[in-house]
Design a protein around this ligand. Structure first.
Ligand code: G1P
Length: 295
């Protein structure tokens, strides 16, 4: 049973400056919900009961978002805005723990900060800037693979050759349709040195032996404690699996990916889609004219 999930959220969000100078990137909204709420709801949908958020400086808005907001709740009650009230109060019922990562020492270090709360259970890790399409079942599939093999599982995506430098890349063999047995991993290799084009995306199921590995790990790429390096050691010691994800994923920590996710989610929002689609058609027609005119 996977009951706990860790959400690293201490990163500086440099790809989204200046928006992330004083506000957490995890609070950037896609339509009307912050990135981290999508990840939390995705985990809830897979039966996760305890949510551990690794925070850092300038991240208090995340705690406030999942806290009670008496004045707001009172105002919504008085105005009879039941639906909004329910949306807001549902967020207060979730069981959160917050741990402050005091220095940005890398994803591996962020995960290590969760040790006192995770203890000896397997747990999920969700990176909230990787937004998974709303109807996708990636994490649930990963939980199934974990339940079958009892070994760590990472989510994989086939990435463009030039993009391997942005991901942890695996070396592995396909042992079933879309299921890989992982032999090794390397963090953000040069395209020439990449063992494959299979990149790790921000969903992991990890066994608690990772903590001992992280505790003894020297800094890796960029001088940071890399989760990928810890997983590499674990893959040498025992089985580890990768689930290839062929559905929609957006890197919403990046401006372009954020725009893609916004458009996609607005088109799936029943209250917005019709008007938004018409607006997009208008824009596209206009842009085409301008583009042709410039030829
Ligand atoms: C992190 C990991 C990387 C992984 C990626 C997925 O990198 O270090 O191995 O492929 O997340 O999004 P980051 O995107 O934080 O630089």
């Amino acid at each position: 049973m996977i009951r706990k999930a860790v959400f690293p959220a201490a990163g500086l969000g440099t790809r989204f400056l200046p928006a992330t100078k004083a506000s957490p990137k995890e609070m950037l909204p896609l339509v009307d919900k912050p990135l981290i709420q999508y990840a939390v709801e995705e985990a809830q949908g897979c039966g996760i009961e305890e949510f551990i958020i690794i925070t850092g400086k300038n991240k208090r808005a995340i705690e406030d978002h999942f806290d009670c907001a008496y004045e707001l709740e009172d105002a919504l009650t008085k105005k009879g805005k039941k639906e909004l009230l329910e949306q807001i109060t549902n967020l207060n019922k979730i069981n959160f723990a917050y741990i402050r990562q005091r220095a940005p020492l890398g994803l591996g270090h962020a995960i290590l900060c969760a040790k006192p709360f995770v203890k000896v259970e397997p747990f999920a890790v969700l990176l909230s800037d990787d937004v998974i399409g709303l109807n996708e079942t990636l994490l649930a599939e990963m939980v199934k693979v974990y339940n079958r093999y009892g070994a760590p599982v990472v989510a994989l995506e086939r990435v463009a050759h030039a993009d391997v430098e942005k991901y942890g890349i695996i070396d592995g063999v396909e042992v079933g349709p879309g299921l890989y047995r992982i032999k090794s991993l390397v963090e953000k290799p040069k395209p020439k040195e990449a063992p494959s084009s299979l990149g790790v995306i921000g969903r992991y199921i990890i066994t608690p032996d990772v903590f001992e590995v992280l505790e003894n790990l020297p800094p890796g790429k960029g001088g940071e404690i890399q989760l990928t390096d810890a997983l590499k050691i674990m893959a040498q010691r025992g089985p580890m699996y990768g689930v290839l994800f062929a559905g929609k994923r957006y890197d919403a920590g990046d401006k372009f990916g954020f725009l893609q996710a916004t458009v996609e989610l607005a088109l799936r929002d029943s209250a917005l889609s019709e008007r938004f689609r018409k607006f997009l058609f208008g824009i596209v027609d206009n842009e085409r004219k301008i583009f042709r005119g410039g030829d």
